[in-house]
Design a protein around this ligand. Structure first.
Ligand code: SF4
Length: 428
């Protein structure tokens, strides 16, 4: 962060955590074909990497970033992985003291599966729902709120924190306030609303018409939130990459929790070592109060801030009999594959784990085939063997990277632009 000129007491990266999260792709297959998909045309042809290789990568994440690291179990859609293997993967991440998140489009994320994964140690489920998915029967983000509610009900009562991922594109930019109003109305059941700005990377057929800036998304979120939100007080890496905001929801209204830069700059580094258990708010409060009791030099700062915040929210607090929820917002500005910036790659807080170690997600998406089509060295009783991504077979030698011709797989397996071309051909 220092070398990128991004370090300050307000910076979480390098302060609270060594990395925002690490994506662990356990399959390249998906049961949807989103118009802004970051996968490649070849992804669907790639077999699922062997379980022992997934376990090796989990250990590698732990070696790099250590205890309490957020690990996104993703793909493609991870629910397409064999069920017992998905369960074992979640368990392995938890055994290593890290925090597994299931990144899914929800289609196959049944209540029963979420229950089993929660028992295995899953911490969060992040549902991706938006109009890039082109789901039958849903023609707007507002109509998709019904589906978001279905997914919320599936996770209801489980020891899981729930996130929603929404891709922002030319077609749904004006609907962001509506989506935020839905998240506000369900603040007690949703922990984080993440917005990913459209990027020209991957196989998606959507062609960007406008440059949607992080500031423009911030303004749309504030319109839906009904309040100004300070997205520059608690930083998540490079300012051209991410914005983070946190609100208190009281009596159906949102109040900015990070509006005091100086308070955040003082308290964030001081409490960086405290584990924030996202599935247990009571435990977090107890840990914070125990820490505060042991650190009297922060009493005046915390008392002043608490008094000011309580006064600001007094009407709503009374109406809600003191019941307060939190709702955090994350805006993520992925880079176009053709416009990668070295400075941001070097300051990246969202990594993808490859067989050779972590790389920036933007770099991985832009060069995906060079990672996913590479044979993977695996240790067997007979010595080192090379797992071949297209056949799933093991060979004695790594061999060359072979590039499949997606069109040959036929319309059934085609995705993205290849699917579009084949469909047009078929229509003629
Ligand atoms: S480099 Fe890309 S993946 Fe990394 S934090 Fe920036 S926008 Fe996100």
């Amino acid at each position: 962060m220092r070398s990128a000129g991004c370090w300050s007491g307000n910076q979480q990266m390098g302060g609270r955590w060594p990395v925002g999260c690490v994506a662990l792709e356990i399959t390249q297959r998906c049961n949807l074909d989103c118009t802004l998909c970051y996968l490649s045309e070849h992804s669907e042809a790639v077999k699922d990497i062997p379980l022992e290789e997934v376990f090796r990568r989990i250990d590698l994440i732990h070696e790099h970033y250590g205890w309490n690291t957020d690990v996104q179990i993703t793909g493609g859609d991870p629910t397409l992985r064999q069920r017992d293997e998905l369960i074992a993967i979640v368990g392995r991440v938890r055994q290593r003291g890290m925090r597994p998140t299931l990144m899914t489009n929800g289609r196959k994320a049944t209540r029963a599966l979420l229950e089993t994964l929660a028992t295995e140690g899953l911490v969060d489920v992040a549902f991706h729902v938006d109009t890039t998915q082109q789901l039958g029967g849903y023609h707007s983000e507002r109509e998709l709120n019904a589906l978001r509610l279905t997914y919320l009900d599936r996770a209801q009562g489980l020891p899981l924190s729930v996130m929603f991922n929404t891709t922002i594109h030319d077609g749904n930019f004006e609907e962001i306030p509506d989506v935020v109003r839905f998240f506000k109305a369900n603040a007690g059941r949703i922990r984080t609303a993440a917005f990913h700005v459209q990027a020209a990377t991957g196989r998606g057929v959507h062609e960007k018409k406008t440059e949607i800036t992080l500031d423009a998304v911030t303004a749309q979120i504030e319109r839906g939130a009904g309040t100004a939100i300070n997205f520059r007080s608690s930083l998540a890496g490079h300012s051209r990459c991410n914005r983070y905001g946190l609100c208190f929801e009281v009596n159906g209204r949102l109040h900015d929790a990070l509006d005091d830069d100086a308070f955040i700059a003082r308290m964030q580094p001081a409490t960086a070592h405290l584990e924030l258990d996202r599935t247990n708010r009571r435990k977090v409060a107890k840990k914070f109060l125990a820490w505060l009791a042991a650190n009297p030099r922060y009493w005046a700062t915390v008392l002043r801030w608490t008094a000011a915040k309580t006064w600001q929210m007094k009407g709503d607090l009374m109406a809600a009999r003191g019941r307060v929820h939190t709702l955090s917002f994350l805006i993520h500005g992925f880079m176009d594959a053709g416009a990668l910036e070295r400075e941001r790659i070097d300051a990246c807080v969202f990594k993808t784990m490859t067989q050779d170690g972590p790389v920036s997600m933007c770099l991985h998406n832009a060069r995906r085939d060079s990672f996913i089509l590479q044979p993977v060295r695996v240790q067997t009783w007979a010595g080192d063997r090379y797992w071949q991504p297209l056949s799933g077979a093991l060979s004695a030698k790594p061999g060359m990277i072979s590039i499949p011709i997606p069109a040959q797989a036929g319309l059934k397996h085609a995705k993205g632009r290849v699917r579009q071309t084949l469909s047009l051909k078929r229509a003629r």
